[in-house]
Design a binder for this molecule. Structure first.
Ligand code: C5P
Length: 301
């Protein structure tokens, strides 16, 4: 048995995030089209005395290192199911913005789960791993599978979506994070007393992904959490405007924010728009990435 296992796991952007009314359990039914993007965290698990988490990289100081860390909970959940002592040190090498609406925490959970599964040779099926992912959080199953998928229910019930090309993005990273529950609460506040329609996936969006057509995708990107994220963080409007002025095909808040996402024609324009966004002073930094990206993958030395 090798001494440690490393898994690389991608960030995501939601190219459609249609949100329904709050359910009795407090969650919201979604039509959530996830697209994995090529920004990655690396999760390494090493046998140790007891369960611990360490973290390095940008934003590491904001990552909790106790049992509330989703990666630690993933290891404990898998160990519990197989009667194994969760004796691992989990190290997270962060590159995905923390609390940024790009599923960084979910990525770490999926990464830790896959890494521990390999370390302990549990023999768990893909379905069992996906079940544990869904218990850990609505976005965790997608972090495991990557690519592109439609998520319904809380977002955890996935159907793969075909992508016929490469899409190029810029992500403007904001100072500080936004709490996902707070953004959903703001959605509830803003829609109070109105009829919130059932969330339905856009056929035009699925067509744009299937044909790999950037212009068509730009016309149909949508995020129902954008208005509540902007309501909580009005300054994001300046970032969206700066990217649009710099030539992005489309601009939107990524998931629950505060990261903003800009769809661009190609890698060269992504670089130019990232430079313009950084120079605009409306974000902390800007990153470029393309999609789709593979899901959680064990790294071979
Ligand atoms: O599932 P997860 O733990 O990632 O969700 C975090 C929070 O986001 C939930 O506690 C809930 O407030 C909100 N949420 C929601 N509806 C969803 C997914 C998340 O209201 N479909």
């Amino acid at each position: 048995m090798s001494a440690s296992v490393t898994v690389r796991v991608p960030a995501k952007v939601n190219v459609q995030l249609a949100v329904g009314a709050a359910r009795p359990d407090g969650f919201h039914d979604l039509a959530n089209v996830f697209l994995a993007v090529g920004l990655y965290d690396e999760v390494t698990v090493t046998p140790a005395d007891g369960l611990s988490v360490t973290c390095s990289g940008p934003g590491a100081a904001q990552v909790p290192l106790d049992v509330s860390n989703l990666a630690a909970r993933a290891a404990a959940a898998l160990a519990g199911r197989y009667g194994i002592a969760p004796d691992v040190r989990i190290h997270i090498a962060k590159d995905i913005p923390v609390a940024g609406g790009m599923a960084g925490g979910s990525a770490d959970a999926a990464g830790a789960l896959l890494a521990c599964d390999a370390l302990w040779s549990t023999g768990a099926s893909r379905e069992e791993l996906l079940e544990i992912c869904a218990e850990l959080g609505s976005d965790v199953p997608f972090s495991l599978v990557g690519g592109a998928a439609l998520g319904v229910g809380r977002g955890e019930q996935l159907t793969p979506v075909e992508v016929g090309g490469t899409f190029h993005w810029v992500f403007a990273v904001a100072d500080g994070g936004l709490s996902t529950p707070a953004v959903y609460r703001e959605f509830d506040r803003l829609t109070e007393g109105t009829h919130v329609p059932e969330p339905v996936v856009s056929a035009r969006l699925l067509d744009a992904l299937r044909t790999g057509d950037t212009g068509a995708l730009a016309g149909v990107l949508s995020n129902d959490l954008q208005a509540p994220a902007l309501s909580l963080r009005p300054s994001l409007a300046h970032t969206l405007a700066a990217g649009t002025v710099a030539g992005a095909r489309a601009a939107l808040v990524s998931g629950s924010g505060p990261t903003t996402a800009f769809l661009t024609d190609d890698e060269a324009s992504a670089r130019a728009i990232a430079d313009a966004l950084t120079a605009s002073g409306t974000c902390r930094t800007a990153r470029i990435a393309s999609s789709p990206a593979p899901g959680a993958t064990i790294q071979r030395p």
